[in-house]
Design a protein around this ligand. Structure first.
Ligand code: ADP
Ligand code: MG
Length: 744
């Protein structure tokens, strides 16, 4: 019996090369893989593809009806033998097209003549050439509607097609043509198509069964049928993902964690000295976090909010709660600069509460340790011993925290700042260091739409801070279009000068460090169309680089101002010195890479100039401009770009200039990318499964599937009644990409 698990051999036969190419080029190994190789698009019968503007040699796919057919016999001059030529005319919706078929034997010629009789309809694919001023196809490949398409000596595959003809993604040596025939045969011999979706769910969500979906997607009569099939497949994908996530939540929930409640008075002391009132949003999240921490199973919460919305204060309060209960907390930052900044601001906010055990320290105090890769051996050893002994209630660090030799006495809470830079594996590595699974709070300033949160971070509860603390001034953003207005750059530097003269500071951000070095974590921005990823062609003029811009500015338009630079390749001491000097107002203009993207907080900085702004992603731009307008002073952000009006790059910039709504921008950003890009290769175990789903477009499907998944698991936690679904779930859970699941 041929099943979806049978090897491709059974439908492709002993065409070894073709099979190999299907495996290597398209990843098709089993009959099931083949059946899941869906058409990329469909050609509508009667639709002639651009005959009007054809070029010699172009491949044409055309649907039409044979209007004339005449068999001719002639003497081949080379072989001096009789040969045959079937001359036909194809009537399309538009013009007519000549098609000529050559045959060596009378037998083949007659057979061909019979198949291509007047009135026969089909799809023809071939390279066009011009013959006596007319376009013609010579020996085109074809699928004829309503007749056998088998060649002599091959198994007969009978299939009839309606008005739509499927076009498959192809690879070298395997054409849509070959795939169509293999699929067609496979559909006729496979009886049993396992159905992942339980019947009750199908009924409730009005979905067709697996068999019907297969037939509709591969051989539809109408586009509406294709859509019916696609809807079912999208739901199926979403369901498997959501079941995996729901099981993961249940698994985490079932794990023991230490409830962290009460104890010392550190949190109360901190609250008492907080120089401001928490916003209503902060209070609400803080309560949810405290409730989570009091549970005997681990918190897994994502805290999102715009830069400056006060996430860090909320996180610090959670850390203090854990310290009060006798445990330790660690804050993991994505960069050295940011770790140092967190360390400084936490120490400052705590004041003498951070001088635990020291002369003059508060009675309830604790100690804050810093651990980063660039610290000297002795300093590291000291920090590590304070962490291992439990003396350090709070530790702030970078990736260095993840190393094996790092140990804690009683790690109760891990706070991860800026999630988008951390892989799930790294999160797992840190949680491994605790005896019990620790509580985890993830902070991100990149607004994540609900469905992305549900898909990528589906194992996390999500809290959002929507209001900014009072006193935040608006940021005005303008595009400086150098393509049309090259001289406006002078005005940009003049504006920076004016701000500095008012006693303010400015950032100048460049995409590169030197002429050829990208900043850590930076990627070249991709323009993405519906189907293909096309890298942006290298720009003709070189991109602004920190080391060059700093010199040009200091000796040119900003001469006389205190201009310095900051980027990821500077020695750590130097980075630290520059940040301190900028924070202290000893630098007027800081020329930097995106290292300033996250967390850097200088209230007196009012202006940001982004050079070659089109090189940054939408979310990144939004994130960066959050660095200005923090101190109650209105912020100005200038997006300098050579991108031409109307280009996609320019449209992105215009969108950023037009709104400060991070969620709207984030949607736009996601809309322009493909899922793989959205999820990031290191972030999601579900990347490979998201082939049909688009996280934004399919929001409703994802929400429905999540609800169905939860319902199914409530009734039947082991999915005993849905074996096909259980198998798909197990496969996804075990796939290499979801390795992290076992780690946590
Ligand atoms: P985020 O981490 O979300 O970027 P922070 O927690 O760093 O935001 O807060 C940004 C700034 O706002 C900090 O200087 C912080 O002290 C201040 N801040 C936080 N919460 C409030 C509040 N409720 N009222 C006034 N200022 C606040
Ligand atoms: Mg922050």
């Amino acid at each position: 019996m041929i099943t979806v698990d049978s090897p491709l051999t059974v439908v492709v036969g002993d065409q070894a090369t073709k099979r190999k190419r299907m495996a290597e080029g398209l990843g098709l190994h089993t009959v099931g893989d083949l059946l899941r190789h869906f058409p990329r698009r469909y050609v509508k019968a009667g639709e002639l593809t651009r005959v009007a503007d054809l070029h010699e040699g172009e491949v044409l796919t055309v649907v039409g009806e044979i209007a004339r057919s005449e068999l001719k016999q002639y003497r081949d001059r080379r072989t001096n033998r009789m040969a045959f030529r079937l001359e036909t005319v194809l009537q399309t919706d538009g013009p007519r097209l000549r098609m000529t078929f050559f045959a060596k034997s009378a037998h083949t010629a007659r057979w061909q003549e019979g198949r291509l009789a007047v009135g026969r309809r089909g799809v023809f694919v071939g390279q066009v050439s011009s013959f006596r001023g007319e376009w013609q196809l010579t020996n085109p490949k074809m699928i004829l509607f309503g007749v056998s398409n088998a060649e002599e000596g091959e198994a007969d595959v009978v299939d009839s097609y309606g008005d739509l003809y499927p076009i498959y993604p192809q690879t070298k040596g395997v054409e849509s043509w070959d795939i169509q025939r293999a699929v067609s045969f496979a559909r006729s011999v496979v009886d049993d198509v396992p159905d992942l979706i339980p019947e009750s769910v199908m009924d409730e969500h009005d979905l067709v069964d697996a068999r019907t979906a297969l037939d509709l997607v591969h051989a539809p009569d109408t586009f509406a049928q294709v859509e019916v099939a696609r809807r079912r497949y999208r739901f199926e994908e979403a369901l498997v993902t959501q079941v995996v996530l729901a099981r993961r939540r249940a698994y985490l929930h079932a794990q023991g964690a230490q409830a962290r409640t009460g104890g010392g008075g550190l949190l109360a002391a901190f609250d008492a000295r907080l120089p401001f009132e928490l916003t209503a949003g902060q209070r609400e999240v803080a309560e949810a976090v405290e409730a989570d921490l009091a549970q005997p199973h681990p918190m897994n919460r994502l805290l999102q909010g715009e830069v400056g919305s006060g996430k860090t204060v909320v996180a610090l309060r959670a850390m203090l709660r854990v310290v009060d209960s006798g445990g330790q907390a660690a804050l993991l930052a994505p960069t050295e600069v940011l770790a140092q900044q967190h360390f400084r601001s936490i120490t400052a906010m705590l004041g003498d509460l951070a001088a635990g055990g020291m002369l003059g320290g508060a009675a309830d105090g604790t100690t804050v340790a810093l651990l980063t890769g660039s610290m000297g051996k002795a300093a590291r050893a000291e920090a590590m011993s304070r962490m291992a002994s439990g003396e350090a209630g709070i530790t702030v660090g970078t990736h260095a925290l993840l190393e094996d030799k790092v140990m804690f006495a009683d790690l109760g809470l891990v706070v991860v700042d800026e999630q988008h830079r951390f892989g799930v594996e790294q999160r797992a590595a840190l949680t491994d260091k605790a005896g019990f699974p620790p509580h985890v709070l993830v902070m991100t300033a990149t607004p994540i739409p609900r469905t992305v949160a549900m898909t990528v971070f589906g194992d996390l509860e999500v809290s959002t801070l929507t209001e900014l603390p009072a006193g935040r001034a608006p940021i005005q953003t303008n595009v400086v279009p150098l393509a049309e207005q090259p001289t406006w750059i002078d005005r940009v530097w003049q504006r920076v000068r004016e701000e500095v003269e008012k006693g303010h500071q400015a950032y100048v951000v460049c995409p590169r460090i030197t002429g050829d070095e990208l900043e850590e974590g930076e990627r070249d921005v991709l323009e993405v169309g519906e189907d293909d990823e096309v890298p942006v062609p290298a720009p003709k003029q070189s991109l602004s680089a920190v080391t060059e811009v700093v010199e040009q500015l200091a000796s040119g338009p900003l001469a006389g101002l205190r201009v310095e630079m900051l980027h990821g390749k500077l020695p750590p001491d130097e980075k630290d010195r520059v940040m301190r000097a900028f924070a202290a107002g000893e630098i007027d203009v800081l020329v930097s890479t995106t290292v300033i993207e996250v967390g850097v907080d200088v209230a007196n900085a009012t202006t940001m100039v982004l050079l070659d702004a089109d090189r940054f992603g939408i979310s990144q731009l939004h994130q960066m401009r959050g660095r200005v307008g923090r101190g109650g002073l209105p912020g100005l952000c200038l997006l300098v770009s050579h991108a031409e009006a109307g280009s996609p790059a320019r449209e992105r910039l215009d969108a950023v200039a037009a709104t400060t709504d991070g969620f709207a921008l984030s949607r736009l950003d996601l809309d322009q990318r493909r899922e793989g890009d959205v999820l990031g290769s290191s972030q999601s175990g579900f990347r490979s499964s998201l082939t049909m789903l688009r996280v934004l477009r399919d929001e409703d499907t994802i929400v429905a599937a999540r609800q169905a998944a939860v319902g199914l698991l409530e009734r039947d936690p082991d999915l005993g009644s849905a074996p096909a679904l259980a198998a798909a779930v197990a496969e996804l859970e075990q796939s290499r990409q979801s390795d992290f699941m076992e780690k946590a």
